[in-house]
Design a protein around this ligand. Structure first.
Ligand code: AMP
Length: 285
């Protein structure tokens, strides 16, 4: 496996593969890799001749007071894991090269980035969609894999690609979980053993909501009251949001009549955790 830091070197390699009609798949990450990231890379491996995993902690998607400065990093371990997996390229650009002096260009997806994480992290998605555009321009992938854990991110990027006619197939990958159900995240390391137990409530509350829907409950208000109650029971967790939304438009849903996204974000100590699930009423399954 080759590690590339230079943007021009990455572009030259991509140009050559394109000329040879070699299929390229990109998996963008912020590093500190876990099994979730590796599952995305494995999926990419099955889709293309060349797999590029980018590792870049993108400063423009972090707000003031967020964890940019202390985001966990372990490049040596990441490179070892990606080598073992048979990834071709780790692209790890430097922030000063990605954002040279005078940088002022952003790509904005409007409505889809307003609710949920967009509300509590203003500017976050502007940073995400802009850096993904840059990565697409540098790596020139035919396909890119993103995790459904960041559901809003995935559909915002799919929207961006459609709206701007980018020739990249954006593929989602289901959430990868720890054996106890916690969605894997680089930020899970911020939690103590006790906080990690508290964090299990996220996935459990999603399961409870699924059971309610399976038992015939359709009222969003009732489902969300149960979910929020369960999340907060026992303390140690502050809900950022727990919402029912249309999985295509992210419009609020009041009655679960078709597939509905239950998305949540919660603070546990220093960690802000995300989880989600699509609830599907049995009649239409
Ligand atoms: P990150 O490094 O957190 O920016 O994540 C990089 C990519 O991995 C994104 O597309 C995430 O959605 C995806 N990802 C992170 N954690 C998981 C997980 N537990 N399951 C599936 N995908 C994930």
């Amino acid at each position: 496996m080759r590690v590339i830091e230079s943007i021009s070197e990455m572009q030259q390699a991509a140009e050559q593969w394109r000329n040879e009609r070699t299929k390229i798949c990109l998996v963008p990450t912020m590093g500190y890799l876990h099994e979730g990231h590796l599952a995305l890379a494995r999926k990419a491996r099955g889709l293309a001749d060349i797999v590029v995993v980018s590792i870049f902690v993108n400063p423009t998607q972090f707000g003031p007071g967020e964890d940019y400065e202390r985001y966990p990093q372990d490049m040596e371990r990441d490179v070892r894991l990606l080598t073992e997996l048979g990834v071709d390229i780790t692209f790890a650009p430097r922030a000063f090269e990605m954002y040279s002096q005078g940088y002022q260009t952003y790509v904005e997806v409007k409505e889809l980035t307003q609710p949920l994480c967009g509300r509590s992290r203003p500017g976050h998605f502007l940073g995400v969609t802009s850096v993904v555009t840059k990565l697409f321009n540098i790596v020139r992938p035919h396909a890119a894999v993103f995790g459904e854990k960041d559901f809003q991110q995935l559909i915002a990027i799919q929207r961006m690609v459609r709206d701007l006619n980018m020739a990249v197939e954006v593929i989602g990958h289901p959430i990868v979980r720890e054996p106890d159900g916690l969605a894997m995240s680089s930020r899970n390391t911020y939690m103590s053993a006790e906080q990690r137990q508290t964090a299990l409530r996220l996935n459990r509350s999603l399961k409870k909501a699924e059971q309610l829907v399976a038992a015939g409950e359709r009222r969003g208000e009732v489902i969300l009251a149960r979910v929020r109650g369960y999340l907060e029971e026992g303390g140690g967790l502050r809900i950022d949001y727990a919402d029912l939304r249309d999985p295509d438009t992210l419009q609020e849903v009041t009655l679960v009549k078709g597939p509905t996204l239950l998305a949540m974000a919660a603070y546990i100590g220093k960690a802000r955790l995300l989880d989600n699930r699509i609830l599907t009423p049995p009649s239409i399954k």
